[in-house]
Design a protein. Structure first.
Length: 398
């Protein structure tokens, strides 16, 4: 079998797209950025158009294949997602209370150049909103199980194969170009060159917390499934980099599905159900980040961290909002603005600063979200489809 060149690998293309985008963005003029913005708009619409199809094409067939365990698996997965999110938030609360008061955080944010308006815009709207697709896939999948429809079971299996081809032949191919244009815009506007250094300390702290939380999740996943969690984690490189570029769990779903299928220790049926579901319901990285950042913004504007009671209420509600938040750039913070205003009492300046600082690290929060989904899949596999140790050893030696 011919070994695949590293230059043809998805990971290399994604990293190259990021580096090239940053460089080109710094030297581009308005005309060139107008072209890049147009290309980004078209590619982005294609990607987000496919997201509901991917959800329907993976979750619904996965529910049907799980049969009588579908309801239990769904409930268990959602509970784990919620516990992971609020657990990450409480971890962030503890670290924030210990670290933030001692930090000298600047509040001035440098101005940005505006992106020129696109040459033209296409109206490639998704067939339905992401959450509508998620609910539809769950209800329809359960209905097929309840009625034991053999016809729809076969159709859904074919639909799953069709969706896989869409992912491999369309989405995976255009992702490096989409990431290139995204980072070109970030570099052109000055986000990377000017705004990032303002909050470099707190962003680095948050990223370290992401890694600690992922280590904890995979440790728990490996313990429950009685397998080596690295067998899953080691395949997440391209998905992590894609999340850094797209800042969207939904847009990264196709890459995550492609990569996690290489893991030998995950039950296939549970994997194809849990990964798409978690891409929209498991936002531990974003929740961890938002919790830390609301404390930072409160310290900047009001000279103190919010009261502990307010933070606990905020975290418990934020975990619920995160499950319903869209897996798109800034989806978590946008969905929870009501909590930031009503529970924590932030005004216009607070919400504006919150949105700005969150945007600076959104890619890392998204990468934590999508990578953590593999740990959730490990946990659910261990709870419902325990794989004998002997079988795992045989598979690892193949």
């Amino acid at each position: 079998m011919k070994k695949k060149s590293i230059f043809n690998s998805l990971l290399f293309k994604l990293v190259f797209g990021i580096i090239l985008g940053i460089f080109i963005g710094r030297v581009s003029n308005e005309t060139l950025m107008m072209i890049f913005d147009t290309v980004k708009s078209v590619l982005g619409q294609l990607i987000f158009y496919a997201v509901p199809i991917i959800i329907l094409g993976f979750i619904t067939p996965a529910i049907v294949s799980l049969s009588e365990d579908a309801g239990k698996v769904l409930t268990t997965t959602l509970v784990i997602c919620y516990l992971s999110s609020i657990g990450a938030a409480f971890f962030s609360l503890i670290v924030g209370n210990a670290v933030i008061p001692s930090l000298n955080i600047a509040s001035e944010v440098a101005g940005q150049r505006e992106i020129p308006e696109s040459i033209f815009k296409l109206g490639i709207d998704p067939l339905m909103p992401v959450m509508t697709a998620l609910v539809t896939s769950i209800i329809f999948g359960l209905a097929v199980v309840w009625t034991k429809s053999e016809t729809f079971t076969k159709l859904l299996k074919e639909f799953n194969n069709i969706t896989l081809e869409i992912v491999n032949r369309v989405i995976i191919k255009i992702l490096p170009f989409f990431i290139f244009t995204t980072f070109a815009e970030l570099s052109y506007t000055g986000v990377i060159n000017e705004q990032l250094p303002v909050f470099i300390k707190i962003i680095l702290i948050v990223i370290v917390m992401h890694y600690i939380w992922l280590a904890l999740l995979y440790g728990i996943g490996g313990t429950i499934s009685k397998t080596n969690p690295m067998e899953v984690l080691k395949h997440y490189g391209p998905a992590y980099v894609t999340a850094l570029g797209t800042m969207s769990s939904a847009a990264t779903l196709s890459v995550a599905l492609k990569q996690v299928r290489k893991a030998k220790t995950l039950d296939a049926k549970i994997r194809d159900f849990v990964i798409p579901l978690c891409s929209n319901t498991h936002l531990c990285g974003s929740v961890l980040t938002e919790t830390f950042f609301v404390m930072v913004v409160s310290q900047i504007l009001y000279g103190k961290i919010p009261a502990m009671g307010d933070m606990i209420l905020f975290i418990l509600l934020l975990g619920i909002f995160a499950i319903g938040a869209p897996g798109v750039p800034g989806g978590t913070v946008m969905a929870s603005l009501g909590l930031i205003i009503s529970v924590l009492g932030f005004g216009d300046n607070g919400t504006a600063l919150m949105l700005s600082i969150f945007a600076l690290q959104d890619s890392f929060g998204t990468a934590c979200n999508i990578t953590g989904d593999g740990a959730i899949a490990l946990m659910v596999t261990g709870l419902f489809k325990k794989v004998p140790k002997e079988e795992i050893k045989i598979e690892e030696n193949i």
